[in-house]
Write a protein that binds this ligand. Structure first.
Ligand code: BES
Ligand code: MN
Ligand code: ZN
Length: 481
């Protein structure tokens, strides 16, 4: 999608020739003297329209503007949340095959958060998965224009939002692709493809190299599958070499059937999304390539399938991780932490300023926080606070979860240094406590995106989260020096 920002108030917007014009009307709306403003004022006065959140009025070829279809939508106070919902509502009803040119206009000077909200909402409403459809509906909408009278004030925010949604699109696309079209090998190729077009490097390791590194825990998860594992190392160098990088670590399980501790059949298809953490790392790199901030970032992706076979790892097996710690695999379905722990140990070599892992790690986190906020765990106070703020700013929310040592009690075992599961209670936290053992040498945070990375039901599909949060955090680091 092409986005463009134009410095236009309602007067200017009226003369634009577009298929759909969406006007965002706040409760504080004051009509100027132009015809379009007068029309908006009239619809309010006659009670045919209210500038409240959730209210909408469709008009066809009104003489007051050049648009084929005019949609007035209320944004209430004009908060980011209201604006995002309003644009989503307007665009849900605007899916006509003839929609080629879309213009979304603020009826009052736009706030930065609201501009960001408009871009996020347009991107969400217009993304369409087509990769495995034999006759995809043609995408006619090629350009979305956002208009506000104070465009120059919000240009930087707009450009950032456009780059972020490009990253979200990469994340959505890879997460959505079925597991037979998104194998570890495919992910490695996608990373290399991304790196080709931009200023970052990419190295893809296979089973031999990973064995040499001693990643016994990662290899144990991969051993039941016919698909060879991939360990992907991306490097974006936007600052001096002496500047310590931020390392992002993505869980890249391209399909999680649970292994020998097999999952029930219902909704098992959704476990194709179990590489959403990895997809978000790819998405962040897409955005970095566009924005070119002055920071160094390393992306690590541990990717494999978690499958059942005669070669699969068994409950009770003890494996040796790259850190040297031995792990008793009591449940083969707790595989995310097993691939991440070796990636965390690998991260040590970069002497990172911070390491953030992103994983669809536990059903328990989904139960705790639902689809609204991702779970945030942080061993470092400043890092935890920065990520929480980044989530707020990016409209990609998370919620701080605890890391008390008592939560690790259940991970004790008589047969290894640590077990890969605790009890059922506090499952999202015990998973984080397991990871923390492998993240002692740097400030570390963990985002459990099990509830937020995709939607189930009629709108089943990837959300592109938490690309926005991560990019916002990285840009904060770039601004900090
Ligand atoms: N990928 C799943 C977590 C998951 C489950 C994400 C449902 C989204 C929806 C993960 O690998 C897993 O299976 N976790 C287990 C851990 C348990 C065995 C301790 C879980 O949450 O049930
Ligand atoms: Mn699992
Ligand atoms: Zn999993």
């Amino acid at each position: 999608m092409n986005f463009e920002l134009k410095p236009l108030g309602l007067v200017g917007v009226a003369s634009e020739k577009v298929d759909v014009l969406v006007v965002l009307v706040p409760q504080s709306f004051k009509a100027a003297k132009d015809d379009l403003s007068a029309l908006v004022a009239q619809t309010i006065k006659s009670s045919d329209f209210e500038p409240k959140a959730g209210k909408i009025l469709h008009l066809y070829r009104p003489s007051q503007c050049n648009a084929t279809k005019l949609i007035l939508v209320g944004v209430g106070e004009g908060t980011a949340k209201e604006v995002r919902a309003a644009v989503a509502l307007a665009l849900a009803g605007a899916k006509t095959p003839s929609l080629k040119k879309l213009l979304v206009s603020f009826a009052a000077p736009a706030l930065e958060d609201a501009v960001r909200a408009v871009v996020l909402a347009i991107a969400d409403a217009t993304y369409a998965y087509t990769f495995t459809k034999s006759k995809p509906e043609p995408r006619t909408l090629v350009k979305a224009t956002v208009a506000t009278s104070n465009a120059t004030e919000v240009q930087v925010t707009f450009d950032r939002a456009v780059a972020i949604v490009a990253g979200c699109e990469v994340a959505k696309e890879w997460a959505n692709r079925p597991a037979n079209h998104a194998t570890p090998t495919h992910l490695g190729e996608a990373a290399q493809e991304l790196a080709k077009t931009a200023k970052f490097s990419c190295e893809v390791l296979g089973p031999k190299e990973v064995a040499k590194l001693g990643m016994g825990s990662f290899m144990a998860v991969a051993q039941g599958s016919e698909q060879p594992l991939r360990f992907i190392v991306l490097r974006y160098d936007g600052a001096a070499k002496t500047k310590a990088p931020t390392v992002l670590v993505g869980k890249g399980i391209t399909f999680d059937c649970g292994g020998i501790s097999i999952k029930p059949a219902g909704e098992m298809d959704e476990m194709k999304f179990d590489m959403s953490g990895a997809a978000s790392v790819l998405g962040v790199f897409r955005t970095l390539a566009l924005l070119k901030p002055a920071i160094n970032v390393v992306g690590l992706i541990a990717s494999c399938e978690n499958m059942v076979s005669g070669k699969a790892v068994k409950p009770g097996d003890v494996v040796t991780s790259m850190s040297g710690q031995t792990i008793e695999i009591l449940n083969t379905d707790a595989e995310g932490r097993l691939v991440l722990c070796d990636a965390l140990t690998y991260a040590e070599r970069f002497k990172p300023a911070a390491v953030v892992d992103i994983a669809t790690l536990t059903g328990a986190c989904m139960v705790a926080l639902g689809g609204v906020r991702s779970g945030l765990f942080a061993s470092d106070e400043a890092l935890g606070q920065a990520l929480a703020k980044a989530g707020d700013d990016a409209q990609d929310l998370c919620w701080r979860m605890p890391l008390d040592d008592d939560y690790a009690d259940g991970l004790k075992t008589n047969f290894a240094d640590v077990a890969n599961i605790g009890g059922r209670a506090g499952g999202a936290v015990t998973a984080a406590k397991f990871l923390q053992r492998f993240a002692q040498k740097f400030p570390w945070a963990h985002l459990d995106i099990a509830g937020t990375a995709w939607k189930s039901g009629a709108s089943k599909g990837a959300t592109g989260r938490p690309v926005g949060l991560l990019v916002e955090y990285l840009l904060m680091q770039a601004a900090a020096k």
